[in-house]
Structures are given as C-alpha cells and as structure tokens.
Design a protein around this ligand. Structure first.
Ligand code: MEV
Length: 317
C-alpha cells in the first residue's frame, strides 16, 4: 500500500494584484488530502470520503450515491489515473478541506494522487516533476484555469512568494483561523471582474495594486519577527483594498467583522479570489478559540490552522 498526503493553502497577502505582476504570499496549511493506493487485480476503483458533506449526486451507471465533494475529487483523480495509465489498483481519497472554498482542495488531491500512484507503479519522481505534472493536470481538469501556486504549495509546503516567478520563503509557522462562508467562490469571474475594473479605471486600480504588492513585501519581515500586531494591521488594510476592487461580499464582511469584533482578531481579510469562499483571521489575546466561536456565531464554518506547514508526505507500507 502507498499513501501520500498534501496540504491545502491560504493566500496571506496579494491576491488579484498578483495577476498583474505584483507580489503575493501563500502558505500551506495543516488541512490535508490523503490518497491511499493498493493492489486491486483486474479493476481500477476510486472511493472518496470527506468530512464536509454538502449535497450529493447519484451516479446512474454505478448506482452509487456520492457527495458533491467526492464527485469533485474523483474528477481530478481520474485525470491522474489516465496520465499514468493506471491499472489493477484501488485509490481512496480523504480530504478535510471544503470544496471550492479557495483553499486549494483540488491541488492537494492531484499532488497526493500523482505522488501515490506513480510511487505505487515503481517510479521515483522528484518533487519538481510532481509539482509540474500536477499543475498541468489541475489546469486541464479546470479547462485552462489555475495558477501554479496551489500545486507548488501542496508539493513543497511552507510559504511561497509569487510574482513573475515562484520563490520559497523561509518563515516560521503561524497560527491562523479560517472562516468559510459556505458560498463557493468562482475564481474566473472574480478575476475577470477585477481586470475589467482595472481597464476602466487604470489610474485608480493601478495604485491599489501597487499598495497591495507593497503590503506583501512589508509582511515578510513581520512574519519573520513574529510581529502579530502589525501583521494584523496589514491584513485589515489588504482586506479594505480588496473590498474596494469589488471582491468582498456581505457574507465575507460578516465573518471579517465577527472575527475582528467578538473574535478579538488582530486582523482579518478575505483570502483567495473572493466573492465567496473564505476569510483568514490572526488570533489576538483571546486566542483562536474565541475566533472559532465568533465565526460560527456569524454562520461560518471555522477551522484552526497552522500556516507554513509541511508539503507532500509519502509513506509506503
Ligand atoms: C485566487 O486564488 C488568487 C487570485 O489572485 C487569482 C490568481 O492568482 O490566479 C485571485
């Protein structure tokens, strides 16, 4: 049996402006997807379970009821199985990440599946090869959409700075709380919306992008020094700039204000493309527990996460 697991991710700073070339910072989080592969002579079987069931679908050909998340995971794993011409195996997928929430759920499933299936077949792919194949497959399933950041974070873990290229950042672990609105996000339409705004108001949006890029650069030494108070300020400013670009929503604002208010967060912002999806909040003196309670009271799903954690992990039994 071969098992691989890979982490999801959050964007700490810089989303949207990064599309026009300024810096963004992403971090791997300790919510992971795990893929097990074992021999199953004569068949290729995929099973999927998840911790965040939301809706289900019924497959007429197999007669099986699947959750929407399981169906989503299966689409990505099928692409991996085709890539490796896999036979005679059973693949089981488990994930603790909510689907389409902007936390990189598809990237970590693809990375874990590429690593587990290739190793089970006797290949020894480098991390670079795994990241490259996974990026290509994720983009193919998403019909051309996707940035290399999610698959790179799922593979290498830690923190990455994304600008024209992707660079690892040597930064300490950071405790954060993620709040999920329960509304799936649509990266493509949010990116198009912001890019249209940039075309129409380039003299206004250009400086907003510059300010967002400057926030990413300033944040790096603050994370290194553990200067949580200032980091929180930067999160709040970054959120305000993103809201000015039109990518916040009522649900996101409710979670941000619950986090900063009753949750006692030092800072809170939306993470990823916006429009739905998640916020991240930096715990204050009241700690992460107060944040979890405040976000749940505001009707969000809340997760305590460690940012900057380990990437792809492979185990053979
Ligand atoms: C989405 O996770 C992050 C965006 O900046 C888009 C991208 O970088 O591809 C909104």
């Amino acid at each position: 049996m071969t098992t691989a697991s890979a982490p999801g991710k959050i964007i700490l700073f810089g989303e949207h402006a990064v599309v026009s070339g300024t810096a963004a910072i992403g971090g791997a989080i300790d919510l992971r997807a795990t893929v097990h592969v074992q021999d199953e002579p004569g068949r290729v079987l995929i099973t999927a379970e998840d911790l965040t069931l939301r809706g289900f679908s019924f497959d007429l050909t197999t007669g099986r009821i699947q959750s929407a998340q399981a169906a989503h995971a299966i689409r990505y794993v099928s692409a991996v199985l085709r890539e490796f011409d896999a036979r005679d195996m059973q693949i089981s997928i488990k994930s603790s990440l909510p689907l389409a929430a902007g936390l990189g759920s598809s990237a970590c499933i693809v990375v874990a599946a590429v690593a587990a299936v290739s190793r089970h077949q006797g290949h020894s792919l480098s991390r670079k090869e795994i990241a490259e194949i996974s990026y290509r497959l994720e983009k193919m399933v998403q019909q051309g959409l996707g940035s290399p950041m999610d698959t790179a974070l799922a593979t290498y873990g830690g923190y990455l700075q994304i600008a024209q290229d992707i660079q690892p950042l040597d930064l300490p672990l950071l405790d954060m709380v993620v709040g999920y609105t329960g509304t799936p996000h649509d990266t493509k339409s949010e990116v198009e919306k912001v890019q249209n705004l940039r075309k129409r108001y380039s003299d206004l949006v250009g400086p907003i992008f510059q300010a967002i890029g400057a926030i990413s650069q300033r944040a790096i030494p603050l994370i290194k020094e553990g200067n949580a108070a200032e980091l929180g300020q930067l999160m709040n400013i970054n959120h305000g700039l993103l809201a000015s670009l039109g990518v916040s929503s009522r649900e996101l604002e409710e979670l941000v204000f619950a986090a900063r208010g009753a949750g006692g967060a030092l800072g809170a912002k939306l993470t990823g493309a916006g429009g739905g999806g998640c916020i991240i909040a930096l715990p204050g003196r009241a700690g992460p527990e107060a944040l979890l309670v405040a976000i749940r009271q505001a009707r969000g799903m809340a997760f305590k996460v460690v940012t900057g954690c380990e990437g792809l992990r492979l185990e053979e039994v």
